[in-house]
Design a protein around this ligand. Structure first.
Ligand code: MRU
Length: 345
């Protein structure tokens, strides 16, 4: 597996670039069972909202019944099981719903059904690639006048099939001959910014500077940042954005410093069933990620720890949401609805 390939399905094996090992080792994690796919999603071997959805879709194709055979019943059970892996990124449920719809709309079973489901999972994967490119196209226009942007977590190729969401406009501009300077927030506690965003941008030849999360305000104050661009895990009907913990304070900082705060996400990241961001379920992760990061104890045993993996940025702090269907400027319930009504993809 090479460093630019986030995931790949071969006949009976889902190959994932093991993101827990980056940037030190480029190794594949091979999934032959749905339990391995579940484990990979929970441990963030594969992570990022779109990539989780794609991995889960392929995961359904690995379902087996008690006789070791693929079946409709096993596939439906696999979809239900994989849906319990992580709660926040809606792309996971969206992708699994697509797989369930295929199962429920055909009379096939066994290997014939598996072949049909592989086609669907591959379509989800391919569509994601296209969406990233379209987001890149729309976002490049918004970032055209910037010299330097700050991003949080990893919303790049490692979080999707290619190019990513927040990093897509940066890749597109680079392709057009304009290279932005990127500040990558370290992103405590799991360091997706330092380990992953810096890794993929550096390999693409885009200058990237890692800063700890607490440096963002000072960088903005000293005029070193022209815009903030992040991805999203779930967006409510009102345009409130759940993304990696630490995104909300960045939006407040951007507002104070009068900098644009952009969110880049495909439309399958919207959850129109949720009226507001307060209804988005926030994943709580374990103590060890904060208290023993990367195997080193940094918190005394008698202190407790909190570890919400995501926060919610209210729509009023968002300058624009960049989707594959177009840009929603100053998102509101009405403008979100308008995008969905006026475009079909
Ligand atoms: O916990 P993670 O690493 O899965 O969190 C990922 C993020 O928060 C990303 O910003 C988001 O999924 C968008 S990825 C295009």
């Amino acid at each position: 597996m090479n460093r630019t390939e986030t995931l790949r399905m071969s006949e009976q094996v889902l190959h994932l670039l093991d993101q827990t090992l980056l940037p030190n080792r480029v190794e594949a994690f091979e999934c032959r069972t749905i339990e391995q796919v579940f484990d990979a999603i929970v441990r963030l071997v594969v992570r990022g909202a779109p990539a989780i959805g794609i991995a889960a879709a392929y995961g359904v194709c690995l379902a087996r019944n008690s006789e070791g055979k693929f079946s409709r019943k096993a596939a439906l059970a696999a979809a239900d099981y994989l849906a319990t892996s992580r709660p926040t990124a809606v792309n996971l449920f969206w992708a699994l719903d697509r797989m369930r719809s295929v199962i429920n709309s055909v009379t096939l079973d066994g290997e014939e059904l598996r072949t049909r489901l592989l086609i669907e999972a591959t379509a989800i994967h391919d569509e994601d690639r296209l969406m990233c490119h379209r987001i890149g196209e729309h976002g490049a226009k918004l970032l055209q006048s910037c010299e330097s942007v700050l991003t949080h977590c990893n919303a790049g190729g490692l979080a999707t099939s290619e190019w990513g969401t927040a990093l897509a406009p940066i890749y597109r501009l680079h392709q057009q001959g304009k290279t932005l300077r990127v500040f990558a927030d370290e992103t405590r506690p799991l360091l997706q910014g330092a380990r992953l965003t810096a890794f993929e941008l550096a390999h693409a030849g885009i200058p990237v500077t890692v800063c700890t999360d607490s440096m963002a305000g000072s960088l903005m104050q000293s005029g070193q940042v022209d815009a903030v661009i992040v991805g999203a895990d779930r967006i409510s009907a009102a345009g409130d954005v759940a993304n990696k913990i630490g995104t909300y304070p960045l939006a407040i900082l951007a507002r104070y410093h009068e900098l644009p705060f952009y969110v880049a996400a495909p439309t399958n990241t919207f959850d129109l069933t949720l009226a507001s961001g307060s209804q988005i379920p926030i994943e709580q992760r374990g103590r060890s990620e904060v208290a023993e990061p990367f195997g080193v104890t940094t918190v005394p045993a008698m202190a407790s720890v909190t570890n919400p993996a995501f926060d919610v940025t209210p729509a009023e702090l968002v300058t624009a949401i960049i989707t594959e269907r177009g840009v929603i400027t100053s998102p509101t319930r009405a403008s979100v609805q308008q995008l969905f009504e006026s475009s079909s993809g």
